[in-house]
Ligand binder design. Structure first.
Ligand SMILES: Cc1cc2nc3c(=O)[nH]c(=O)nc-3n(C[C@H](O)[C@H](O)[C@H](O)COP(=O)(O)O)c2cc1C
Length: 180
């Protein structure tokens, strides 16, 4: 595989909402999960849990019951796989630490792990889209996760359908950065 500068990978990634009806190889999914597994986390608590949904019935259940109304997301059912991200609160460090500092560490950790997964997918030529507009109860029912695992989102994964990529605007560096 050609070694592209990291920034090129980042620039090329856009949320993919149209997929070819083609399965995603298991080894691709495993590599993405490995990238997520190696993510940093506060106090190395690794609060992430993943459920990889490839079974057509379960995928349909997810897209019918676990996606909230108001945003059109029928395309999600065409993705070869949907990965549910779950967050496990890990006792005193998360509870007390978050209370004292006001920083929700496990949420931050899940965001980092999820994006590791997304960028690994991008390198493999796969398309992904984060979905945060979910019904947590439905995700828990479909994944079989216990109450302790809080569903925080889904990531669709699949082969992008040939169509123009849509790049969404970003604020300029000046608008978002203070140099002190
Ligand atoms: C935490 C999170 C939740 C998101 N939830 C949804 C969602 O529910 N549905 C959707 O279509 N896109 C969702 N997105 C994708 C964003 O709309 C998208 O990343 C943003 O508009 C920037 O576009 P780009 O990813 O193509 O660069 C989500 C992204 C993130 C990071």
């Amino acid at each position: 595989m050609e070694n592209k500068p990291f920034i090129e990978l980042v620039k090329h990634r856009t949320s993919c909402r149209a997929y070819e009806p083609k399965p995603v190889p298991r080894e691709h999914l495993e590599l993405m999960l490995e990238a997520a597994r190696l993510a940093p986390s506060a106090c190395n608590k690794q609060p992430w849990r993943f459920a990889v949904v490839q079974d057509e019935d379960k995928k349909m259940q997810l897209t019918r019951k676990a996606l909230r109304k108001g945003i059109e997301m029928k395309w999600a059912g065409n993705a070869g796989a949907v990965i549910a991200l779950g967050m496990l609160h890990k006792g005193i460090v998360h509870k007390v630490g978050t209370k004292i500092s006001g920083v929700d560490y496990p949420q931050v950790d899940l965001g980092i792990a999820g994006e590791h997964l997304v960028l690994q997918a991008e390198e493999l030529g796969l398309g992904t889209c984060w979905i945060g507009w979910i019904n947590q109860k439905a995700v828990r029912e479909i994944t079989g996760w216990p109450k302790a695992v809080v569903p925080i989102g889904l990531i669709t994964v699949g082969w992008p359908a040939a169509k123009e990529r849509k790049t969404r605007p970003r604020y300029s560096l000046e608008e978002i950065t203070t140099w002190i």
